[in-house]
Design a protein around this ligand. Structure first.
Ligand SMILES: [Zn+2]
Length: 401
């Protein structure tokens, strides 16, 4: 098999090229097309595949098969001579991220001998894994500053080729195991790496380098970063989010975190205060209901259906009623699902769990509980009143106190 001539090796800025189709093979969802030369970068070394088109047919993926590069297309081109067109926005974005990664990796080596053990160029953000979990916030900021300084200096990024023997004698950031000819990417006066990826021609084109999330794992640290267009779009999104938060607080951007902390505190206090009030309200309501409740076999029986929004109150009311003497509470709450709270004064003669169980068995629902308190639900809303009447009738079978 002849080797595919990798045009992107020498010229990363080549967006369109002519090639000859050597052969096409059927593959899953289309064809593997082999051409004599290509500017399409195949997924490898952490950098994803290029997109674009060959003879107007969309490229699904370029695959590195060693000597050859397979181009996955939905259909095989009919002509033998074809034009390849790179999706340049995607490619240039990859070039910004990849050169940015070389700069970052070199910077981390300089500030703390942290070695990059892997690189991932993702759809939204990219990351490098460093071989240490001891990086502090200060070092990360220092690295970000140093990386952007290299960008500001707009150093030339030069690509060259050397026989492996020669390359191994050079001061590479990471030794290479490649044989034959080695492709070298040099950030002038700053970094020299063996790499097959696509790069911008000067560090200025990388644009801003932003460090994002930092994840410390055992023995390593994953640093997420954004370069160039991605950094711009993210900064814009961040500003939009922050502005929206500030608008909601009618405050200046800088004061947003402080205001959120203050409001959370107020909210927590408010919730606690409301809970106390609802509890006291339940006690008053319980007394009122108790006074007007019919007395059956010497027990005050409070039987009532509540609207859905009073679910929490109804439960508290059941507990409050059970604190009053000689009381039985049979409370139901509408909603989806409906709820039941059965309670009696502690030491009463009934088995509230058993009364509730029998009720839900008859009316379709579930639940249970102990002697003095039981809860359940799931009975149809329209049958709640009937279910409570049934529960009260069950009580009559128990002996009076
Ligand atoms: Zn690289």
């Amino acid at each position: 098999m002849p080797k595919t001539d990798r045009l992107y090796y020498a010229d990363c800025y080549l967006r369109e090229f002519q090639a000859r189709v050597l052969r096409s093979e059927p593959a899953a969802n289309g064809f593997k097309v082999y051409i004599d030369r290509t500017a399409f970068y195949p997924a490898s070394g952490g950098q994803p595949t290029d997109f674009g088109a060959i003879a107007g047919i969309q490229l699904v993926e370029a695959v590195d098969e060693g000597d050859e590069i397979a181009h996955l297309l939905r259909q095989a081109p009919e002509a033998e001579d074809v034009t390849g067109k790179i999706d340049w926005a995607r490619r240039f974005d990859h070039m910004q991220q990849h050169t940015g990664q070389h700069i970052l990796s070199a910077v981390f080596e300089r500030i703390g001998s942290y070695k990059t053990v892997s690189f991932h160029l993702g759809e939204d953000s990219s990351s490098i894994d460093l071989d240490s979990d001891r990086l502090g916030a200060r070092q990360l900021e220092e690295a970000e500053d140093a990386a952007n300084q290299v960008v500001f200096e707009n150093r030339t990024v030069r690509i060259s080729f050397q026989p492996a023997g020669e390359a191994s004698r050079l001061d590479l950031r990471k030794p290479t195991a490649r044989e034959g000819e080695v492709r070298l990417v040099e950030v002038e006066g700053f970094d020299l790496s063996a790499c097959g990826g696509t790069h911008v021609s000067g560090t200025g084109a990388v644009g801003l380098i932003l460090l994002r999330k930092v994840e410390r794992m055992k023995g390593s640290t994953r640093v997420e970063f954004l370069c160039g267009g991605r950094a711009l779009r993210q900064a814009r999104r961040d500003f939009r989010v922050l502005s929206e938060a500030a608008r909601l607080f009618s405050a200046a951007l800088d004061t947003v975190p402080e205001l959120i902390a203050k409001q959370s505190q107020e909210l927590r206090e408010g919730i606690r205060g409301r809970e106390k009030l609802v509890e006291r309200l339940a006690e008053y309501q319980a007394k009122e209901l108790w006074q007007v409740a019919p007395v059956i076999d010497g027990r005050h029986v409070v039987r009532q259906v509540f609207p859905a929004e009073e679910l929490a109150q109804a439960k508290m009311l059941a507990h409050a009623l059970a604190k009053l003497p000689l009381t039985v509470a049979l409370l139901a709450v509408k909603g989806k699902p409906t709820a039941l709270f059965f309670a009696q004064t502690s030491g009463g003669p009934l088995e509230m769990g058993s009364v509730l169980k029998q009720t839900v068995m008859k009316f379709g629902g579930k639940g249970g509980g102990g002697r003095d308190f039981a809860q359940g639900g799931g009975i149809e809303e329209s049958r709640l009143a009937e279910a409570l009447a049934y529960a009260e009738a069950l009580m009559a079978q128990s002996p009076p106190p």
